[in-house]
Write a protein that binds this ligand. Structure first.
Ligand code: NAD
Length: 263
C-alpha cells in the first residue's frame, strides 16, 4: 500500500503549470516521481516554477496557448517526443474575461462572454479532445479538470461591495460546464480506459494580487475553517486523482474550499 500514491514512471501534462496553484501542483507531482510537462503560455515563469526544488521526477517547459488548437496539438506532440507517452492530463490553465465594471450582467459584451467561456470550458474540452488519441495509444489515461467554487455556487455580491473584484457570470458558467464535461467525458471515455475527475478549489487569493484586508476577511468568513487556501492545500487531492490510489474514481469532483460551498 505504501506506493499507492506514487507517480513514478507517469508522464503528466499540466496546463497552467506556471501559475499560482499550478506551481505547487508541479512541485507535488515531481516529488511523487512523475515527469511533468508544464504547458503554459507564460514561458518566463518556468524557472521560478521548478528551480531549486528537490524533484524526483523530471520537468519540461512547453510553451502552449490552450486557446489555440494548433498550439495544443504541438504541445502534446512535443510531450510524446520528450517522454514517449502521456498518462495524465491536468486541465488547470484558465483565462477570464469581463472582470471589473464592464463585466456586470447588464454590461458584459458578447466578446467577453464568449472569451470567458472559452477560457474555462473551451480549454478543458479542447485539451481533452486532443489528448484522447495519445491515451488510446497508451491503453488508457487520466484527466483532472479544475473547476471552481463559483461553478457550484454563485458569488455572494454582498461580500464584494465596491472592491471591483466580483466574479463575472461567464467564469462560473464555464466552471459549472467543466463539472459537466467531467461527468460526460467520464461516461463516454470509460470504455477507452480513461478516467476523468475534477477538483473544485475555493478561495485561493494569490499574494501577487491580494484584495484589500476587509475583503480578505469577508473571504475568510465565508469558509467554515475561517481562512483562505494556500496552494499546498490543493496538492493532496491532485496526487490522489493522478495516482492509482483513485483507480476506481471517475466522474467525481473533489471540493477543496474550506467548507465554502457546504453551507
Ligand atoms: N486561485 C483561486 O482562488 C481559484 C479558485 C477556484 C478555481 N481556480 C482555478 O484554478 C486554476 C489555477 O488558478 P490559479 O489561481 O493558479 O491562476 P493563475 O492565473 O495563477 O494561473 C493560471 C495559469 O494559466 C496560464 N494561462 C492563462 N492563459 C493561458 C493560455 N491561453 N494558454 C496556456 N496557459 C494559460 C497562466 O499563464 C497561468 O500560469 C484555474 O483553472 C482557476 O480557474 C482558482
Amino acid at each position: 500500500m505504501k506506493d499507492l500514491f506514487s507517480l513514478k514512471n507517469k508522464v503528466v501534462v499540466l496546463t497552467g503549470g506556471s501559475g499560482y496553484l499550478g506551481s505547487a501542483v508541479t512541485e507535488g507531482i515531481l516529488e511523487f516521481g512523475a515527469s511533468v510537462v508544464i504547458a503554459d503560455i507564460a514561458h518566463k515563469k518556468h524557472e521560478e516554477t521548478v528551480s531549486g526544488r528537490k524533484a524526483h521526477g523530471k520537468s519540461a517547459d512547453v510553451v502552449c496557448d490552450v486557446s489555440d488548437t494548433a498550439s495544443v496539438r504541438e504541445m502534446f506532440r512535443k510531450t510524446k517526443e520528450l517522454y514517449g507517452k502521456i498518462d495524465v492530463l491536468i486541465n488547470c490553465a484558465a483565462f477570464g474575461a469581463g472582470f471589473g465594471p464592464a463585466g456586470t450582467v447588464d454590461k458584459m459584451s458578447d466578446e467577453d462572454w464568449t472569451k470567458g467561456l472559452d477560457g474555462t470550458a473551451g480549454v478543458t474540452f479542447r485539451c481533452t479532445r486532443e489528448v484522447v488519441p495519445y491515451f488510446e495509444e497508451n491503453g488508457g489515461g487520466n484527466i483532472i479538470n479544475f473547476s471552481s467554487m463559483y461553478g457550484v455556487v454563485s458569488p455572494d455580491p454582498g461580500i464584494y461591495g465596491n472592491s471591483g473584484q466580483n466574479n463575472p457570470v461567464n467564469y462560473g458558467a464555464g466552471k459549472a460546464a467543466v463539472l459537466q464535461i467531467t461527468r460526460y467525458c467520464a461516461a463516454h471515455l470509460a470504455q477507452k480506459n480513461i478516467r476523468v475527475n475534477s477538483i473544485t478549489p475555493g478561495p485561493f487569493p494569490s499574494p501577487k494580487n491580494l484584495p484589500p484586508e476587509d475583503f480578505m476577511n469577508n473571504l475568510r468568513n465565508k469558509t467554515m475553517l475561517k481562512r483562505v487556501g494556500i496552494p499546498e492545500d490543493i496538492v493532496g487531492a491532485i496526487i490522489l486523482l493522478a495516482s492509482d490510489a483513485s483507480s476506481f474514481m471517475t466522474g467525481s469532483n473533489i471540493v477543496v474550499d474550506g467548507g465554502w460551498t457546504a453551507w
